[in-house]
Every structure is written in C-alpha cells, then in structure tokens.
Ligand binder design. Structure first.
Ligand code: SAH
Length: 359
C-alpha cells in the first residue's frame, strides 16, 4: 500500500468524484457506465483491489491498475465499550501512522466520528490529540474509508450508519480540500448517500475555513468549539484564540446562519475550576443571546493520570446547568460515550500500547 501511495503517478479512485472517474475512464477509451460500476465497487462493495472489480473486463482492470489504485486503511484494533454505546477503531494509514474512528450508538442513531488529520497542529491544552502535534493530513480516500469500513461493521451487526461527525483527530478546516472532497463523496446518492444535515463538521474556530465552508454547496452542520467565555481563558486553553477571538467566532456564526439558513452549534467543554463557574454560565448565555445557535455542553473527559484538567463534580455540573438556564439559554449536554475505552471526545491519540492491549 505504501508503495502505491508513494507512486504519485497513480490516482486514488476512492478520492475521486463520479464525474472525475468518468473523465478518467473516458481517457482509457471506456464508456461512462464503467465509471458507475467502479464507483459502486469502491463505495458500496468496499473493494480495495481493482482486480476484484469482476464486471470490468480483464484488459480494463489491467489498464486501470497501471494508472489507479484504491486506498484502504488497515484495521489494527477494534474495541467495544462495556456499555455497548461505542466502538473504537484503530486504523493504520498507508504511510504507517495510526488514526482512530468511533462508532457511537444512541437510540436508533448510529454516528461515526471521523478523523481528518494524524495528530493536530492546534495544541489545545485539554485534548489528547493536541499532544501529538500535526503528523500529516489525511487524504480524501483515508477520510472516506473510515466511514466505509465502520459502515461495513455496522452492516454486519444488522445496523446502518445514520450520521457522521468530523470530530475525531485533527482540525478538519486545516485540511480543507481533502475534508470537503470527502464530504461531497459521502453525499453521493450512488454511494454512501448521507443526505440532509446528517453530517457535522467541528472546528476549533478557524474562521477563514468556516467562511469558505459556508459557501460550499454542502448542507452540513457546523459546530464551533467555544470552550471559554473570556479571551484570556480561551487563549490559555486554545492557542488559536490568539488569531481568532471569541467575537470573531460570534460574528462568523451569524454569517453562517445568514448564508445557510441554519445556525451553528457552540460546543463548550466543562472543566473543573476553569470553565464551569456560574459567571461562565451567565457570560455564555449573554455572548450567544443574539446569535442563532445551539449550545452543546461537554463535561470534560479526563486523560488518565497525566490529565491537567478535571471533570467538574456532579453537583457543579448541575449548578452550571441551572445558572445557564436561569440566564435564559437553551442547551443540550453531551454525555460522551466510550469513556471506558478512551474513545470519548478529546481522548483520541495514536496509542501503540492501547492497540496492543486491545488485540
Ligand atoms: N478540532 C476540531 C475537531 C475535534 S472535535 C474541534 O476542535 O472542534 C473534539 C471536541 O471535543 C471539541 O469540541 C473539543 O473541544 C472537545 N474536547 C477535546 N478534548 C476533550 C476532553 N478531554 N473532554 C471533553 N471534550 C473534549
């Protein structure tokens, strides 16, 4: 696989839109229905070898193999949480690094949490992925393949993936082209076909990326990780706040609503003694009062013994919710699934030891 990736002369069929595959096979002198067959093999049948595309002639398969390949992640380990509410997948990308994806079970909903980068450059102080730094960007094929493989797993269990959240490792808007291409691919009705607003992109607040995304012909939801109510605190937690302040985020959230007709979600992680005071609750309500948005509170998931942050006590969480309600804000609480297998928000990390343990 890594040899194929290194061979820049070959194109990844998993990263190509239907019209591009059509143009591609036209160059090989083939009619357009061949493109539909290839797309079906890659997206619905999940094959990774061109030779397995048995309704293509042998000569076409040979010709195709010289100019194209199908990227595929190697499944290294898979762990199910004891509650059955989350399954974590550890994948190896063709260049050898590891990423994680999570299948989240919530009622009839089956959501796949997908990674966009190996590591992340943003260095948020409370997030495990931030500790890795940016190792590399994923390709559209790498991003899409997480969905294809987790969907196949769900299918084996007699279930169907209903939603996607780009909330795994990485900052999706800093790998913009690959992520957006993967989103277009996920929406193709001939393939995975995730329509409506069943896809959500989460960003630490990269404003230029948010503006660009709002102009795409993509009906995806947007979540912004706000995580603090003053610039001073936010800057300590999230270095990106040096460039894009809380006011910038509120402004771009209003723009997003104007352009798309629906509001963003502000994610707010509750950390003991850092973001969880009654004053924070009141400020959060005030900041968002005239922004069409939702608020999603995430009680902090601790990162083992080295965790610099703590989850607030149950009593403090309740008090925060009460204060926020009292200040007139509506909100939901995300009780992260999969904490027992380190698959919850902020716990995704390229952890070789965990992979071995999971085997
Ligand atoms: N880079 C994007 C996508 C990652 S999503 C972003 O920042 O939005 C991960 C979400 O989990 C973000 O809202 C982040 O603030 C939150 N998060 C990170 N670490 C966490 C932790 N340890 N506990 C709870 N939430 C965490």
């Amino acid at each position: 696989m890594s040899i194929q990736r290194a061979d820049a002369s070959r194109a990844d069929l998993k990263s190509m839109l239907p019209a591009e595959i059509e143009a591609f096979v036209a160059e090989l002198g083939e009619p357009s229905y061949r493109a539909r067959q290839i797309f079906d093999w890659v997206h619905n049948k999940g094959v990774a070898e061109i030779d397995e595309m048995t309704n293509l002639s042998k000569s076409l398969r040979t010709a195709l193999g010289e100019v194209a390949f199908v990227t595929r992640l190697r499944l290294v380990a898979q762990r199910e949480s004891q509650t059955g509410q989350a399954v974590k997948f550890l994948f190896e990308v063709p260049t050898g690094e590891r990423i994680e994806s999570v299948l989240i079970v919530d009622g009839a909903r089956r959501t796949v949490c997908i990674s966009s980068q190996v590591g992340c450059p943003l260095d948020c102080k409370f997030c495990a992925t931030g500790r890795m730094g940016l190792v590399r960007n994923l390709t559209p094929g790498d991003i899409l393949d997480q969905l294809i493989q987790v969907s196949a797993y769900a299918h084996e269990r007699g279930e169907r993936v209903t939603n996607v959240v780009m909330m795994g490792m990485g900052e999706p808007l800093l790998n913009y082209d690959a992520v957006v291409r993967a989103l277009y691919l996920m929406r193709q009705t001939e393939g995975v076909g995730l329509g409506g607003r069943r896809i959500t992109v989460s960003t630490a607040g990269y404003v230029p990326g948010i503006r660009k995304l709002a102009h795409e012909e993509l009906n995806v939801g947007l979540a912004i990780s706000l995580n603090a109510t003053t610039d001073a605190v936010r800057e300590e937690l999230m270095p990106i706040n040096r460039r894009f302040k809380i006011d910038d985020l509120l402004e771009v959230a209003r723009e997003f609503h104007q352009l798309r007709g629906y509001g963003v979600t502000f994610e707010y992680v509750l950390m003991d003694g850092v973001t969880d005071s009654d004053e924070d609750a009141v400020r959060l309500a005030q900041l968002t009062a005239d922004v069409p948005c939702k608020i999603n509170l995430i009680p902090y998931n601790e990162l083992g013994s080295e965790s610099d942050f703590r989850r607030p006590s149950q009593a403090r969480l309740k008090a925060f919710y009460r204060a926020l309600e009292g200040a007139g804000a509506e909100f939901t609480v995300r009780e992260s699934r999969g904490r027992d297998i380190d698959a919850a928000c902020g716990q995704l990390f390229d952890n070789q030891e965990a992979a071995v343990a999971a085997h």
